[in-house]
Ligand binder design. Structure first.
Ligand code: M6R
Length: 610
């Protein structure tokens, strides 16, 4: 996600800001900018593309004098990557300037309100709303802290903010809610940053800001406030990490960090689209009548994104009673698919640049089909070329093996399927409400599972030398098995296969021998008994069975050698919970085998060749 740095002290700010932003490059970005106050005016430089361009444009910062400033690397969410959309953003008379990380969910409403009061917008971002809203309340309160509190009361969504007011040339204002922000303090000045690496060179004394807290930084003093303008007492933490560990937020690998970011990724993908007990997907660009008229959905993707499509088929068909075909993009583009009169093609991609998926999109559009992209990278090729795009808000994914983008894609599919189910009259209101309640609980349940990683690590350590591991499941659990198996293959290099549990006996069961590990996924209550039989079948042939099931399903425990439980949720959402232990299992096997977890051999994060 975006990176924020701010500095106030005795040194020239711009080089420190650029240096800090460089340390945040690992977070991913598509544009960058800084604003520095030189005592007379706030001067800004911002460019799309790499940070190097910003360094060149400012002579490594030399062109911007001043000892107070804020900087930003942007990872586009609202509005494509461009100079104009890059941060910082000014108010109308350039007396207030803002950098922001996060998503302002109610920005459309706020923008309309501000436009009525004569404010004009120059960018497509949600962030610009904040600059004008601060202006609006500063005009009324004449007090930056009060204005900021009023803004925080009005905005919905997530934010980390760095703000300069021209009337207060020796103060940085900062605030956060659900996006990270820290404050660093040293004898030579004070800092704000999205993450520790940005300021580690200057200080190791850091205050971690809590949700809905405000920081006010002068050169010598840092003060904290609540949203009620009440002072908050905080103590600094001394950071011992080296720079490498700091980039990973203290986690050993990006993969583990991203596994732990999943509740946030799912929450960010769901919450802007759930309003007043309804699902609102504006970017779908389809009326309920159009949704009703769809005769078929074709989901096309590669790898893990394809696995979300396999899962989505069960959900769309169950919840919205619409037929779904799921294709690997590399097959679809050459198979001459038969479209219905009103088919919706959905192309799913984290990167938005996967060559086969992009080709499938173009093929579909060439046949006059409407294409919806489910994409994580804003402004990517698939996002640009699709008729409509629904973004997953997972943030930049650095580890090659996907985790949080996969989970965010599932969340997007849940919303779509429920929206379709309701519009098509296939989902009763009471069922819809129950599902919505379960959906909103998912991120918290994911957090619960993540608290219990030690037992998975211990279990994984027993299988470091395995040659083959099988994953079996039925229905949605088969789709989960496919992703669990791919994760293991990708990062542990252990041969693994996912099988529909009922299909094993038609051939593959011949591979089961004494001690073969079989991971049996059983989250679907109506299939418990069938899964129990399949577990018995492989155990009879010597398999060691690890079962992954819902809390309370003690029957599976009786027939399995080792059982992991996940909390109960609506059956259609079980994949979001069950995948977490499988991701952790793959991670710990890879770790135990001493492999390069984040950059597995032969794999690329974005596959832009056929
Ligand atoms: O960027 P995309 O989602 O289009 O990428 C698709 C696949 O290449 C990707 O999911 C791949 O399978 C990952 N390495 C899985 O971890």
């Amino acid at each position: 996600m975006c990176g924020i740095v701010g500095y106030i002290g005795g040194e020239q700010a711009a080089p420190i800001l650029l240096n800090g932003l460089t340390k945040l490059e690992y977070r991913g970005y598509d544009s960058a900018g800084i604003a520095v106050f030189d005592g007379r005016e706030i001067r800004m430089e911002k460019v799309s593309g790499r940070l190097q361009r910003l360094k060149e444009a400012t002579g490594n910062g030399a062109a911007l004098p001043g000892t107070i400033g804020i900087g930003h690397t942007r990872w586009a969410t609202h509005g494509s990557p461009s100079d104009t959309n890059a941060h910082p953003h000014f108010n109308k008379d350039r007396s207030i300037v803002v950098v922001h990380n996060g998503i302002i969910e109610n920005y459309v409403r706020l923008k309309q309100h501000l436009e009525k009061h004569g404010y004009e917008f120059v960018s497509e971002t949600d962030t610009e709303v904040l600059a004008h809203l601060l202006d609006y309340y500063y005009g009324r309160t004449k007090n930056p802290l009060s204005a900021l509190c009023r803004v925080m009361q009005k905005v919905e969504g997530s934010y980390a903010l760095g703000i300069l007011f021209k009337d207060y040339p020796d103060t940085i204002y900062a605030a956060r809610k659900d996006s990270p922000l820290i404050v660093g303090s040293s004898r030579d000045g004070n800092f704000i940053a999205s993450d520790v690496p940005a300021i580690l060179q200057y200080t190791r004394d850091v205050f971690y800001m809590e949700n809905e807290e405000i920081a006010v930084l002068t050169r010598d003093v840092v003060s904290f406030y609540s949203m009620d303008e009440e002072p908050v007492e905080k103590s600094p933490v001394h950071i011992d990490w080296d720079v490498n560990a700091a980039e990973k937020g203290g986690y050993e690998h990006f993969l583990l960090k991203e596994i732990y970011e999943q509740p946030r990724a799912v929450r960010d993908t769901l919450s802007p689209r759930i309003r007043g007990g309804q699902i609102v997907i504006e970017e779908l660009g389809m009326s309920d009548e159009e949704i009703r008229s769809i005769d078929k959905i074709m989901i096309v993707a590669c790898g893990s994104a394809y696995h979300t499509g396999v899962m989505a088929k069960y959900i769309f068909e169950g919840v919205a009673r619409v037929p779904v075909e799921v294709d690997l993009a590399s097959e679809y583009r050459y198979r001459d698919p038969i479209f219905g009169a009103r088919t919706l093609v959905i192309v799913v991609s984290q990167s938005g640049e996967t060559a086969d998926s992009l080709a499938a999109l173009r093929e579909s559009r060439a046949h006059g089909q409407k294409v919806l992209g489910i994409v994580n990278v804003v402004g990517s090729s698939i996002a640009r070329e699709a008729d409509n795009v629904m973004y997953t808000w997972a943030g930049p994914e650095i580890s090659v093996a996907t985790t949080k983008a996969y989970s965010a894609q599932l969340a997007a599919f849940y919303l779509l399927a429920m929206k379709f189910g309701q519009a098509r009259g296939a989902l009763e209101d009471s069922v819809f409400s129950e599902m919505l309640a379960s959906l909103e609980k998912l991120p918290d349940q994911m957090e619960e599972i993540l608290k219990n990683r030690e037992s998975i690590q211990r279990f994984a350590n027993r299988y470091l030398a395995a040659e083959h591991i099988f994953f079996i499941g039925r229905g949605i659990d088969y789709a989960i098995s496919m992703e669990g198996s791919l994760k293991l293959k990708e990062i542990s290099y252990i041969h693994s296969e996912a099988y529909a549990a009922g299909e094993l006996k038609h051939g593959t069961i011949s591979l089961i021998e004494e001690g073969t590990l079989v991971v049996a996924v059983a989250t679907q209550e109506k299939l418990y008994l069938k899964m129990t039989s399949n577990i018995e079948e492989v155990k009879t042939r010597g398999a060691f069975v690890m079962a992954l099931t819902n809390e309370g399903n003690k029957d599976i425990e009786k027939v399995s050698d080792f059982t992991l439980y996940v909390p109960e949720t609506n059956r259609y959402f079980a994949g979001s919970l069950a995948i977490i232990p499988l991701q952790l299992f793959a991670y710990y096997v890879s770790l135990g085998r001493g492999l390069d977890v984040d950059k597995p051999r032969n794999l690329a994060k974005s596959v832009t060749v056929e």
